[in-house]
Design a binder for this molecule. Structure first.
Ligand code: AMP
Ligand code: ZN
Ligand code: FE
Ligand code: FE
Length: 295
């Protein structure tokens, strides 16, 4: 059965692979389709699609937006949106500003703890958008933690000593923009909101009112019970089910592309269903002007 991965990061955000390397890795692993879902940017999508055409891997354009709902951080995956849609471009610009403000606040907090992060090295070693994993890697380089995971535990995770909450771009607004840009909006890794899904049914109901299209059902660490409950929510709200590994390369070394062995392979059928809805909702081409009769 062909397998897919609908949640991956490249070096355009906090992954370590270039988009092309990511697609080559997918080909090596025998994956049939990949969605590139970098945090807050679609900058890597063109390169990934070109590589996909060469390697025989289907590539779905994607993004993972850092949004917020009632003060709660919520990640929204956008699939098949047009990167050059004006609304999406505005959203991406706004997210970059929020991210930069947050990064500065995190570095200021670290400063106040007596830890001066080498800004020049941090920037020089990050080709795309800077996120907490890059700051974590820099803390490891400077000897303040033994691993990225430990840097998160000590400083960067919620309740860590240098934690600063993410910018608060509304999740409902995010969903509307993704859909206006021709894409489908999917709630990412619902277990990060609550590992037992408490509060998730209410959140899903609210986001469905804004047009949510799907739920990320298959994800590393999701038990069979969790998957079953998420599938029930999909049925209840007529949502698509998706799945992916959240691959980041060396910035999250415990996760492989495709998710093995910490999650079952994601079936190609989910990608087929996603594509069918995308095709059905694609705006019709504008009518060609009829030619005036001559002679
Ligand atoms: P940011 O977009 O700057 O908030 O960073 C979010 C990314 O940090 C996530 O996509 C994960 O890759 C990573 N991350 C979040 N929490 C942890 C953690 N506790 N340990 C390791 N990586 C984490
Ligand atoms: Zn990430
Ligand atoms: Fe995420
Ligand atoms: Fe992710």
């Amino acid at each position: 059965m062909p397998a897919i991965d609908l949640h991956t990061h490249s070096c355009c955000s906090d992954g370590s692979f270039t988009p092309q390397q990511l697609i080559r890795e997918a080909q090596r692993l025998g994956l049939s389709a990949i969605a590139l879902t970098d945090h807050d940017t679609m900058a890597g999508v063109a390169e990934a699609m070109l590589a996909g055409a060469t390697c025989g891997v289907e590539v779905l354009p994607g993004i993972e937006v850092s949004a917020s709902h009632n003060g709660q951080a919520v990640h929204i995956l956008g699939y098949g949106a047009a990167a050059d849609h004006p609304g999406l471009r505005c959203l991406v610009a706004e997210l970059a500003t929020l991210r930069e403000t947050r990064n500065q606040a995190i570095l200021a907090r670290l400063d106040s703890l007596g830890i001066t992060v080498n800004r020049a090295e941090l920037t020089a070693s990050t080709p795309g958008l800077i996120g907490r994993p890059h700051i974590a890697r820099q803390l490891v380089r400077q000897g303040h933690a033994s691993s990225i995971a430990q840097a998160f535990r000590r400083f960067l995770r919620r309740n860590g000593r240098a934690y600063v909450p993410a910018g608060k771009f509304p999740a409902g607004e995010t969903i509307r923009i993704i859909r206006q840009a021709g894409g489908l909006a999917v709630l990412a890794h619902p277990t990060t909101i609550d590992k037992n899904l408490k509060g998730v049914p209410t959140l899903v109901r609210k986001l469905s009112e804004s047009g949510l299209d799907g739920l990320e059902v298959f994800y590393p660490g999701h038990s069979q019970l969790i998957c079953r409950r998420l599938l029930e929510l999909c049925q209840q709200h007529r949502l698509l089910a998706t799945g992916g590994s959240d691959f980041h390369g060396s910035l999250k070394p415990e996760i492989q592309l495709g998710g093995a062995p910490v999650m079952p392979p994601v079936p190609y059928q989910l990608f087929k269903e996603l594509k069918a809805v995308l095709t059905a909702t694609m705006p019709l081409p504008s009518p060609q002007p009829t030619q005036a009769p001559t002679g």
